[in-house]
Design a protein around this ligand. Structure first.
Ligand SMILES: [Zn+2]
Ligand SMILES: [Zn+2]
Length: 239
């Protein structure tokens, strides 16, 4: 079981999609749940912390894509946890339909090819009831020093989380990934909104950048983030 302890209260289960386990004021919170079929792996991570499934009290879903909500229903069943998400994505999660096509591939041939490869591969997952909503500026009751940041673009109802601990911890959702440096995710619903959301995140001061795809950045996060020149999209031709 590859569980990485990043800080006293943040553990990472690394994979194609990362899953984080947070120790909060009210038990454990699982942040995103991976592609369907990873429930056992996540619960093994909980046990590796010396805890049991019922210690998981919260499941936070950053957005409705299948690689993030794939085990939410099963985990909720096994743990009895409360599921949290943004109101724009909650209906998608509750329907188990996970993509709002069309997505625009981020610049670069690799993104275009991967986008084509992955598009529609998992278009339906087990629906999950969203129990509570998280909106921009909210602080969840289980982590009062955490702030929700609405970061639409990649997905309309996407949220990042800023935790005022250890010099600031930013959970980016898929606003960016960290594969060979910080960059845009493979695709995005609204390119201009995606870039605006990155500019919004850059206004926060944080030491750690915890992405859902790729390696965590454990120091000088703001500096690295602000130094990054994210790809820009070709401007739409004006008519
Ligand atoms: Zn996504
Ligand atoms: Zn993703």
């Amino acid at each position: 079981m590859a569980l990485k302890q990043l800080t006293d209260e943040i553990s990472l289960i690394p994979g194609l999609v990362n899953v984080y386990i947070l120790q909060t004021d009210d038990g454990l919170a699982v942040l995103d749940t991976g592609f369907p079929g990873s429930t056992k792996k996540i619960l093994a991570g909980v046990r590796a912390l010396g805890r049991t499934p019922t210690d998981v009290r919260h499941i936070i879903l950053t957005h409705c894509h299948p690689d993030h909500i794939g085990n939410a229903a099963a985990l909720k069943r096994d743990t009895g946890a409360i599921v949290w998400a943004h109101p724009i994505d909650a209906p998608m999660i509750e329907a188990g339909t996970t993509m709002r096509p069309p997505m625009t591939p981020s610049p670069g041939l690799r993104n275009l090819l991967l986008g084509k490869l992955l598009a529609g591969r998992v278009s339906q997952v087990e629906p999950t009831k969203v129990d509570r909503l998280l909106e921009d500026g909210d602080s969840p009751p289980f982590a009062p020093d955490m702030t929700v940041i609405h970061v639409p673009g990649h997905c309309a109802g996407q949220i990042a989380l800023f935790w005022r601990r250890h010099g600031g911890v930013l959970f980016t959702a898929d606003a960016c990934i960290n594969r060979g440096g910080l960059k845009l995710a493979i695709g995005t619903e609204d390119p201009q909104l995606a870039l605006a959301s990155l500019a919004k995140l850059a206004t926060f001061d944080f030491d750690k950048v915890l992405v859902m795809h790729g390696n965590p950045i454990m120091a000088d996060g703001s500096e690295q983030f602000r130094r990054t020149e994210f790809d820009t999209f070709p401007k739409k031709r004006e008519i």
